[in-house]
Design a protein around this ligand. Structure first.
Ligand code: SDX
Length: 391
């Protein structure tokens, strides 16, 4: 085939999907979940209320939300045998690998109730994953720091229970800092969905084969772990720390990025869809100062991030390529101030994204028109040719 450009290849390989869940206008920097602007949801709603909205399509009544919350609280326990799964892993294991593996292991306890074509099984699995993923995540964190696992506390709300599982310990009582709790709930809302991103497309593709929701979510977690996707929030902190420790200064680092030295990128910048400021990044940046001040944390990496953003936004190289901060640019500084280790940042992204992944999987699964995913290919290899004859 002659005359095809990279764009054509890109076009040919992109199967289009229709969905009613999330709307993005990349040029205008607009993001809406089921029609509601992200700015309104982040300012007024809660993670669980938005999870219901994404999954069921409407904001829940107070009774519906209360029942949803109650169900989730009563599914937080992991099977005791599953807790032993963690002891087979090295304490150095990356929490995203632990998360994906543990979700696969979780599915082995529910093989009699995870039929993707049984609506009751789908409802039960939806609640089980919302309830248990945060517990698995906290256990991955505790495992990495050699601390004992705590049991979930069903008297606490979703976010406070998660914070206690991460930062509580067996030796003393734990009380949640309301600044921490509110900030984390808001950050989770900002991550809940983002239409056909790489990990959501993975969840839909795996689900389209008839694989169950656990298998699809486990695959989505692995897709999210890549540094060009959800792994970018961890890579941003590593980038900021390298700039600080090297003493090279922001200007010199930006020059290296522009020269594409060793493939170095400005992590947390750029986006496949947003060619304007990511509305989520704007909201995260707005709350960064407030959260750090509320937690009494003064982190020079936040000032470094702001300096980096300032220089990049004024530089033609980034303007010409329409590169702006994305959701990952400022989140890591806040997660660090909360006390999470850098390698837990993408796990927090996964907990936030779980409702969106499940909403898309259910939308795909319930659609009678759904066929098994099979991305198109444009063959650019050799024409037919024959094996040399003997002699
Ligand atoms: C997420 O899809 C989603 O919605 C994802 C997400 C979600 O909520 O699910 O929003 C979450 O994954 C956000 C993105 C996190 N990733 C990063 O921050 C990693 C750094 N960003 C880049 O790798 C990049 O911007 C991507 C992967 C995010 C987007 O890549 P594109 O749109 O394919 O851009 P491109 O590779 O075609 O680049 C266009 C130009 C190139 O330069 P030229 O070849 O034209 O000279 O821009 C340059 C690129 O080199 N470029 C960058 C850059 N991103 C693009 N240069 C420096 N630093 C960057 N970050």
């Amino acid at each position: 085939q002659t005359g095809f450009t990279g764009l054509d290849y890109g076009f040919v390989n992109t199967a289009s999907t229709q969905s009613a869940i999330t709307y993005i206008d990349g040029e205008q920097g607009i993001l809406r979940y089921r029609g509601y602007p992200i700015e309104e949801l982040a300012g007024k709603s809660t993670f669980l209320e938005v999870a219901w909205l994404l999954i069921y399509g409407e904001l829940p009544t107070a009774d519906q939300l209360g029942e949803f919350d109650e169900k989730i609280r009563h599914h937080t326990l992991l099977h005791e045998d599953l807790k032993r799964f963690f002891s087979s892993l090295p304490h150095t294991a990356h929490p995203m690998s632990v998360l994906s593996s543990a979700v696969s292991a979780l599915s082995t306890y529910y093989e009699d109730s995870s039929d993707p074509h049984d609506p009751d099984h789908v409802e039960l699995t939806t609640v089980r994953l919302l309830a248990k993923l945060p517990v698995i995540a906290a256990y991955a964190h505790k495992k990495s720091i050699g601390q004992a696992f705590l049991y979930p506390d069903n008297s606490m709300n979703f976010v406070d229970n998660f914070l206690k599982l991460n930062f509580g310990n067996m030796a003393e009582p734990y009380t949640t800092d309301p600044v921490l709790s509110k900030a984390l709930d808001r950050l989770l809302i900002l991550h809940e969905d983002h239409e056909q991103n790489a990990s959501t497309s993975t969840v839909r593709l795996v689900g389209s084969t008839g694989a169950n929701l656990y298998a699809s979510i486990s695959a989505g977690i692995q897709a999210l772990s890549g540094p060009l996707h959800g792994g970018a929030n961890e890579a941003v902190l590593q980038m900021l720390a390298r700039i600080r420790d090297s003493g090279e200064g922001v200007g010199k680092f930006v020059d290296r990025v522009k020269r594409k030295e060793d493939g170095v990128k400005l992590m947390g910048f750029g986006h496949r869809v947003y060619k304007n400021y990511d509305p989520r990044a704007r909201l995260v940046k707005e709350s960064a100062d407030e959260v750090l001040a509320g937690l009494g944390v003064n982190d020079p990496l936040l000032d470094l991030a702001k300096e980096l953003e300032q220089i990049a936004l004024e530089d033609d190289y980034f303007k010409e390529r329409r590169l702006y901060p994305n959701v990952d640019f400022y989140t890591g500084v806040i997660y660090k101030a909360m006390g999470f280790p850098t390698r837990m940042f993408t796990v927090l992204f996964a907990i936030g994204r779980l409702p969106g992944w499940m909403a898309h999987w259910r939308e795909m699964n319930l659609d009678p028109q759904t066929k098994i995913g099979r991305p198109q290919q444009l063959y650019i290899g050799e024409a037919e040719r024959h094996y040399p004859s003997a002699g």
